[in-house]
Design a protein around this ligand. Structure first.
Ligand SMILES: [Mg+2]
Length: 183
């Protein structure tokens, strides 16, 4: 469980993509002389993101790597906020998203795995590292997931967030009432 007081403040949870929503692999090759790149996403993670849809916690993906696979998966899950950062520092682009949504850093959770996530993790109310995060990242985070990125870490964070807020059962009931299939 997360600290309930902090969990109840959260209005947005940001996820790094590679190493958090995936196990950090990119399968790169060529088909008909065209570069292709595949990534594997966890379906239970996807259902967790579905559980948040329409609720009080927004979702943002923040990635430093341009990838059609990432955009395709985000579209399937109806994640509309996908921030692709050209530079290594994710803070300015993420700060712009928060400003647009009128959400403060103290109302944000972020899940990361590697050094480029650290400037964002240092600012948010609830910094979370995945089990496969680098040691430097784990050292500055409030929580470390039991699950690895691409293997349920995202679902673990979402379930813990909802349960810490006492909203898990309602989110499940809302899913069954809504009939909006997860991807
Ligand atoms: Mg990463």
């Amino acid at each position: 469980m997360f600290d309930a007081t902090i969990a109840k403040r959260i209005r947005l949870v940001g996820f790094d993509v590679d190493g958090v929503l995936t196990e950090n692999d990119a399968w790169i090759g060529e088909i008909d002389d065209k570069r292709v790149e595949f990534k594997r996403f966890d379906i239970q993670d996807g259902f967790g993101i579905r559980l948040l849809r329409g609720g009080p916690i927004e979702v943002a993906w923040v990635t430093g790597r341009k990838s059609p696979s990432t955009l395709m998966r985000a579209a399937e899950l109806k994640v509309t906020t996908v921030v692709t950062v050209e530079a290594f520092n994710k803070v300015p682009a993420f700060a712009a998203v928060l400003a647009e949504k009128k959400i403060g850093w103290d109302e944000v959770a972020f899940v990361g795995d590697d050094i480029p996530d650290m400037p964002v993790l240092r600012r948010v109310a609830l910094p979370i590292a995945v089990a496969n995060a680098r040691d430097e990242v784990k050292a500055i985070c409030r929580y470390v997931t039991d699950a690895r990125g691409g293997h349920g870490a995202v679902r673990e964070v979402i379930d813990r967030l909802l349960k810490s807020r006492g909203e898990f059962d309602a989110a499940v009931a809302d899913f069954f009432a809504g009939g909006d299939a997860p991807s």
